[in-house]
Write a protein that binds this ligand. Sequence first.
Ligand code: MV4
Length: 495
Amino acid sequence: MKKILIANRGEIALRIMRSAREMGIKTVAVYSEADREALHVRYADEAICIGPAASSQSYLLGEKIVEACKITGAEAIHPGYGFLSENAAFARLVEASGLILIGPTPEAMEIMGNKLSAKAAALKYQIPMVPGTEEAITDVNEAKLRAVEVGFPILIKAAAGGGGKGMRVVEQVSDFEEQMQLAVSEATSAFGDGSVFIERYVSSPRHIEIQVLGDTHGNIVHLFERDCSVQRRHQKVVEEAPSSVLTEEIRAKMGKCAVDVARSVNYVGAGTVEFILDENLDFFFLEMNTRLQVEHPVTEMITGLDLVKEQIKIARGEKLSYRQEDLHINGHAMELRVYAEDPENNFLPDIGVLETYKTPKGNGVRVDDGFEQGMEIPIYYDPMIAKLITYGKTREEAMDRMIRAIDEYHITGIKTTLAFGKFVMQHEAFRSGNFNTHFVSKYFNPERLKEEDPDEALIAALAGAMFYKKTTAQVNETHQAEQVSNWKRNRTNYN
Ligand code: MV4
């Protein structure tokens, strides 16, 4: 494999190209008209424009991407995450075009792309699953009877797609029909597939996922877990590895289950098996993601592996060079997703130019990003600007390092979730490890960000002084704003 095409943009495109370059493999970028100046385009050895800004006219056009391979002579495609990464039809097109997809087979993608067929496949092994229906609901009255058997509250879920769409909690049997109709119509409009099923509702779970790797020779290992319980409206905010709640015994059991789930579809490549863990530390398989995930760096930090290199080696037909017993957890890693969103204003997406963009550095800090100072955040794509990852010998060191790194991170021109990340890292429930998927809704309100900013009183004092100065000397407003931010920057940097 001498040349690969990266069918993605932003931080993940860069991250993939870096590993390819280390392996001596040439890279081809594809880009939309909105991304002409993007870093992934500049970093690649070659780049091809595949269409207008909208993803539906560029990054989602499988045929354009295959055509770009033909033009450049790229032999393989890395899809990253999102876009075409879990699209079985694209995987088939790539195969039929004589190219290699760096990822699983179309069959595995298809089975795991539907929660019901995923659970059916996993039934071949002894995998714990939440009690519910094994098939899509066709008869409302039958479903009601099953719901009573399972016990309320129950959860109605859409078989297709994810992100909490088409998901409804039902507290009592009299609400069932109405909630089911809402779930079906939501699933139909979001995924074009209205199939729904029932599960018992696990009310306060941890979200634990296990990274797996399978080669083309039938070897499958797991790379331990990531805890992604801190999320807001199904958007992950903080991820860590390992989880602070798993015992060695549960870890080993979940790992084995994850490998079995992967084996049930002869899984090849990097994948993630998603579980929920209840208050008794009982775990249940939910679904499998057949791509490299956003949060993969925390797994890289604690295992010492480069997951993109592993994916490429697997796609070249190589055997995994280690067995399960060779793999160990070393230290602790945290990841904060830095979104262009305003946490003080209901996480409204913010757009604009990165007027200041200075990233943290130093021991145990990794920043995976796709922007530079002066660049504009395009409105067409995901609002994630960067991933800030810290590593420490212990969980506490990783958290303290995250706070230090957040303080060093300077972004102006757009609102970001950095201060929100600091709120999480300083919160007693997070620090003690006593939290679940309700952490954000339970503890966060925007007022907290203001309280937690130790500079606030000083900034207020300075602003007061400047207001006084303005009334006497007519200083222009932009200059004032700069002075506040420069002053704050200097203070946080050097004390
Ligand atoms: C659940 C659950 C409780 N009980 N299933 C949300 C998205 C999808 N991946 C699965 N999800 C859930 N499934 C049962 N039977 C709670 C959630 C859930 C959740 C899961 C993981 C991470 C964050 C979550 C936030 C709310 C609900």
